[in-house]
Design a protein. Structure first.
Length: 209
């Protein structure tokens, strides 16, 4: 079995960030989704891997809150915006995720997100709208980097967690799905790596029982 499957009990962590037209997953538009895979080397060090990003057209009848669009800077109907339909975006994303799940010999993907419930509920709502039957993500389990960063650094805001982990935060790039996913992946990998010795100790304890 591939090492990453062993490390996470057969599950593949996939970092996801979404940008939306509001806070209600049932009514508000999904406008961007980015995914970053993670790689585990022979020394047990986790690092961000391949990246995927999709800009999405609002679904028919979707609500768009002006305040949310002001924060993200997204112009949903700008003709220069290379957006695709929600259904196509999800199917293309899931194809890549399923390929990675198979490559890493995992059973299923698990969403990693900063305040992961937000991203997961928007993803699940879009899956239901599009009638997609084969969702590679676990429907309710997730890794939440806000919680992990609170434990590791005493910080729950993504920008502060990034800085606590030793990197820098570029505010003018924030609220892009890809940038936020990149920073979330950095934080997730950093925390997992910091706990590698704890993981190895627990394995040794199980082996000695």
């Amino acid at each position: 079995m591939a090492q990453i499957a062993t490390r996470f009990r057969g599950f593949l962590p996939v970092v996801i960030d979404v940008e939306t037209g509001g806070f209600n997953a049932d009514t508000d538009a999904l406008l961007e989704v980015a995914a970053i895979f993670v790689d585990l080397n022979d020394e047990g060090v986790l690092a961000p891997g391949d990246k995927h990003r999709f800009m999405i057209k609002p679904f028919e009848g979707a609500n768009l809150e002006p305040a949310s669009l002001q924060v993200t800077g997204i112009e949903p109907f700008n003709p220069m915006r290379p957006a695709i339909n929600e259904d196509e975006a999800l199917r293309r994303l899931f194809t890549e995720v399923r390929r990675e799940v198979k490559s890493q010999e995992c059973k299923r993907a698990v969403l990693v997100g900063h305040n992961a419930f937000f991203d997961l509920q928007f993803l699940n709502a879009a899956v239901e709208r599009c009638g997609i039957k084969r969702n590679p993500f676990h429907p309710f389990s997730s890794f939440d980097t806000a919680t992990l960063a609170g434990v590791a650094f005493g910080q729950t805001v993504l920008s502060r967690a990034v800085e606590a982990a030793g990197s820098s935060w570029e505010e003018d790039r924030a609220h892009s799905a890809l940038y936020d996913a990149e920073q979330t992946a950095f934080v997730f990998c950093d925390i997992v790596n910091r706990f590698q010795k704890v993981y190895e100790t627990s394995l040794a304890g199980v082996a000695s029982d």
